[in-house]
Design a protein around this ligand. Structure first.
Ligand code: GLP
Length: 260
């Protein structure tokens, strides 16, 4: 794994967007795994800017979102469908049929989840999966005690997640209790993972994910088993890391690393 600690949220987003743009530019039909939440907003803004000003081309890109609230129609203002359209898709030239987001309104969740997994396979798998992290260490909506081998499925949200996400709804009672999420096992199959986090309230979850044991109690810790994970975090989110100086040292030394 690689840990990049950036002084500001803006800088973190800029570097993360550059990594995503590199995949889009180098792979002829790139497949991106996308995340929602407040953290990736700056990344989507930067990618949209690169599209507008530098011609970053999404015409042949396919995207798969991690999750969606069960019970919210796609035009609900808090649905992840709406979020993705408003904050990213409408600002770039991606064809609508190339954007996959779990359905919040299917009448057969089990069949839908199998279909979703199959679509990912049929597209050749995810080249780069963007992830945020919940304050309880969840990725997607894989709450503590999720199987580290889990696949896309319906999941019950933890109370702490409902509390965290209540800020986006008019009142807490409106936050759905269930969501469809890619499983930890699904996420681990992406060829590259990019996890972004900022702010003090993520510091404990980040330290446990990067330096703690691999445990279902912090599902991001399963990324320790992945061969190519990048953590792009700001100084506040890095504040509980024990090896902080080492990560900075590694990045400072990078240009001198002997090449094979
Ligand atoms: C939700 C999403 C996660 C996201 C998390 C953190 O629970 N399902 O994918 O990482 O929120 O959100 P934020 O970036 O707003 O802190």
């Amino acid at each position: 794994m690689e840990v990049f600690i950036k002084p500001t949220y803006e800088e973190m987003c800029k570097v993360a967007a550059k990594l995503i743009a590199d995949v889009v530019n180098t792979k002829s039909h790139a497949v991106l795994g996308l995340a929602t939440g407040s953290t990736p907003l700056g990344i989507y803004r930067e990618l949209a800017r690169m599209h507008r000003e530098e011609g970053l081309d999404f015409e042949h890109v396919t995207t798969f979102n991690l999750d969606e609230y069960a019970g919210l129609p796609s035009d609900h203002p808090q649905s992840y469908h709406h979020f993705m359209h408003e904050n990213f898709f409408k600002h770039i030239n991606i064809p609508k049929q190339n954007t996959f987001i779990p359905s919040g309104t299917t009448n057969n969740y089990r069949a839908f989840c199998q279909w979703y997994e199959q679509q990912i396979k049929d597209c050749g798998g995810i080249d780069l999966q963007l992830l945020g992290i919940g304050s309880d260490g969840h990725i997607g909506f894989n709450e503590p005690a999720s199987s580290l081998n889990s696949r896309t499925r319906l999941k019950t949200l933890a109370e702490s997640t409902i509390n965290d996400n209540a800020r986006f709804f008019e009142n807490r009672d409106e936050v759905p209790i269930y969501a469809i999420t890619m499983g930890v096992g699904t996420i681990l199959e992406a060829r590259q993972i990019l996890l972004v986090a900022n702010g003090k309230n993520k510091a404990r979850a980040i330290a446990d994910a990067i330096e703690g044991p691999v445990t279902c109690m912090n599902t991001a810790s399963a990324l320790q088993l992945h061969p190519s994970t990048i953590y792009m975090i700001d100084t506040e989110a890095a504040s509980c890391l024990t090896m902080r100086e080492y990560y900075d040292w590694v990045q400072a030394k990078k240009p001198d690393v002997p090449q094979a």
